[in-house]
Write a protein that binds this ligand. Sequence first.
Ligand SMILES: Cc1ncc(COP(=O)(O)O)c(C=O)c1O
Length: 359
Amino acid sequence: MPIWNFAPGPAVLPAEVMRQAREEFLDWNQGGTSVMETSHRSKAFMRMAGDAEADLRALLAIPDAYAVLFMQGGASAQFALVPLNLTAPGERVDYVNTGHWSRKAIEEAGRYCHVHLAADAAPPGTSVPQQAELALSPDARYLHYTSNETIGGVQFDYVPDAHGTPLVADMSSDILSRPLPVEKFGLIYAGAQKNIGPAGLVIVIVHKELLGRARSETPSVFDYRKVAAEGSMLNTPPTFAWYMAGLVFKWLRRQGGLAAMGALNRAKAEALYAAIDGSDGFYRNAIVPTSRSWMNVTFTLEDPGLDGAFLDAAAAAGLLNLKGHRVAGGMRASLYNAMPLAGVLALGEFMRDFAERRR
Ligand SMILES: Cc1ncc(COP(=O)(O)O)c(C=O)c1O
């Protein structure tokens, strides 16, 4: 029986990549040691690291004017590092609140600067604000938004226009899921453990104009300019996660890049929302259709008393990790790049079958 892992992160990785990593586990690059046992300063590792960056640049068509950083501390560290690197104390920044993760980013930024809410979705947040609803401050140092709320299942279907202010995005749960106009952004950050690779790595794509503005108290390992100047090797990087990310980038290129992933991810999301919408109310997704996430599909059962039976039967059918986040309840199916269409179709069929049996 195939196993389909719908976990929100750490999440499923491409089977082909996992097999390659297994094959190379004890003897990487014919060096006789594992990549985990290899110096980050060795020629072989430096070459691999450079290839990973080049593949990411090719996938996202990242212009030369941007630095790509391989950092640690997860996306949560970036909640603090963005204001520390881009503002002086007391300066104003604009944030869009669309749910759990934007609230976390807002709370942390509030420790360092004056946060103005450009838009504020009251919980539970069933849509993203439209461009015309964004109240931008004339003196904001940047505009921050969360492109995909992993817990709520709400995703931006457009790139906000910040009217010349640097646009900053937390793309932890939808980076690399479809083509992206990087040139519209000042800075993009993303934790790796969804669409990139194992946890422990966070990617930062930052316009070089924004480097060199860090507050003096910013730790050196978290100062974007210093990290960029040292090729993300100011200290020992998370070598295994970087290696795995490199394999995933190569895999993505073999799949046809982000245009192909976008078409596949759209088809996966449409199939699952169709199963929910076509269930005569047995399942329900509360998100406004244009704000529905392609990556994290949330739904509730009409009778929450059936939640346990649903999860047990799903697990018995090989459909794993469908329980919604503890703050949201209900169900959530995460459909990252490495989840094949076949897994989503299997879930849709199981849901139809379960509804028929338990209605
Ligand atoms: C959108 C988003 N931002 C931030 C985070 C926090 O990431 P980390 O645990 O890597 O700090 C997550 C984690 O799931 C997330 O989904």
